[in-house]
Design a protein around this ligand. Structure first.
Ligand code: NAP
Length: 407
């Protein structure tokens, strides 16, 4: 009989229960890989289990509680007691990662977290191992399946944001309280973790600028389709002027971009570096069984060779004012000189117009344009002035456009 490898399970919700089932199903097939037979030695939820007892009976702890407290305390206590830890907790790692990775190094244990970013898409492993020596220039990603599903439904079915969110909730793609997903905070946490690994510099969730999808309208999507654009919630981490910009916001993509064809609840991450040109990984971003599969992969890895997340060696400055192209949507009075005045205010800030669609609506007109890239601070300075023009019928709406097309 092979020796047993005891796994203490903290959390038995969507992912935790799927993990317990998967571990039992796959235990026999893990024996030839590791020489050990994994089994769940104890389960902690709010209503059952005792952490100290589970810790004492475990070789490894799987943390699937989520949030910062009490997950942080349990993870630290497990590592201080010499246990490897596997976690899917992006909120914890994006806020306390340095403390946790340092604790893992100090106590010679592994802290693995593949499932914390992009579900089952193995992007953490690729950054830490396969691309360990690549000088990454940029990471672009769709790292939140809930928002990608909502935007896909808005584009395909012409649904409003509220209708698409309700459908996502019915199908289990969005939680009852979708705040972290739709505000971009969940994606920001994931981008903080990716940036930390790719750029070898400490990154905290607070340093990621993020905007969500709550204010987008089906109108924006329909107009942009006429300009060949599709809308995604994009996370970006990139080198800018010797520093690092990390941001999450809705952005239009042209059809040739590798992320443009990622639809529904799928996630995808594109990594760019001179050494590798560009690679894109995609797959299911969430779901109990899928996430559990990534967690189990980490458990198996922890059963074999040691791995650590090394201390960072860089202290890159976080850059907040970057260049972006913009889509600009305006409802205006239909009278002569409107376009010229808007163009003048944009021109004063160095913005130039790439394409325009104008549509008359009785006394009013709708003016939709795409601008060439300019510093965001200059664009928003122009936008503030445009918003005050007397012919504006409502506040202008702006969404970034990612210009590259990959062929
Ligand atoms: N769901 C996904 O598709 C997905 C995808 C990727 C990553 N993740 C991550 O995986 C983790 C778990 O997510 P989930 O969706 O499985 O969460 P969930 O369904 O809400 O389950 C959370 C579990 O943790 C337990 N728990 C909560 N507070 C606790 C406390 N103070 N002490 C002990 N146990 C406590 C809950 O206990 P009760 O049963 O008593 O309520 C429940 O069993 C999170 O970090 C999440 O971000 C989830």
């Amino acid at each position: 009989m092979p020796e047993t490898f005891s796994v203490g399970l903290l959390g038995h919700g969507t992912v935790g229960s799927a993990f317990a089932t998967l571990l039992e199903q796959r235990a026999d097939s893990i024996v030839p890989i590791t020489g050990l037979r994994p089994c769940v030695s104890g389960v902690l939820t709010r209503s059952r289990g005792d952490f100290e007892e589970i810790l004492a009976a475990s070789d490894l702890i799987v943390e699937l509680i989520g949030g910062v407290d009490p997950a942080r305390d349990y993870v630290l206590r497990a590592m201080r007691a010499g246990r490897h830890v596997v976690s899917a907790n992006k909120l914890l790692l994006s806020q306390h990662g340095e403390e946790l990775w340092a604790c893992a190094r100090e106590h010679g244990v592994q802290l693995r977290f593949e499932a914390a970013v992009a579900g089952v898409v193995p992007v953490i492993r690729v950054l830490q191992e396969s691309l360990a020596a690549a000088h990454v220039e940029r990471i672009h990603g769709i790292v939140n399946g809930t928002t990608n599903y909502i935007l896909t439904e808005m584009a395909r079915g012409g649904l409003s944001y509220a209708e698409a969110l309700a459908r996502a909730q019915q199908l289990g793609y969005a939680e009852a309280d979708p705040t972290d997903d739709v505000t971009g905070r969940d994606a920001a946490a994931k981008m903080a973790i990716l940036a930390r690994l790719a750029f070898d510099t400490p990154v905290h969730l607070d340093q990621v600028r993020y905007e969500g999808i709550e204010h987008l309208t089906a109108d924006d999507i329909a107009y942009a389709q006429q300009l060949g654009l599709g809308l995604k919630l994009i996370g970006t981490a990139e080198r800018v002027d010797g520093g690092l910009s990390i941001r999450v916001h809705p952005a239009f993509l042209y059809g040739g971009h590798p992320l443009a064809s990622v639809h529904g609840p799928f996630n995808a991450v594109t990594v760019e570096s001179d050494a590798i040109t560009e690679i894109t990984m995609s797959g299911p971003g969430a779901g109990g069984p899928q996430t559990a599969s990534a967690v189990l992969g980490d458990v198996i890895s922890a059963m074999i060779p040691p791995a650590t997340t090394p201390e960072t060696s860089q202290r890159l400055e976080i850059v907040n004012d970057v260049e972006s192209a913009f889509y600009l949507h305006m409802e205006v009075a239909d009278r002569p000189g409107v376009l010229a005045q808007v163009a003048e205010l944009l021109g004063l800030q160095g913005a130039s117009i790439k394409s325009v669609v104008q549509q008359g609506l009785g006394d009013e007109a709708r003016l939709v344009m795409v601008l060439h890239p300019l510093r965001e601070s200059r664009f928003y300075a122009a936008l503030r002035l445009i918003g005050r023009l007397d012919f504006m019928r409502s506040a202008p709406r702006a969404i970034r456009v990612i210009e590259e097309e990959f062929t």
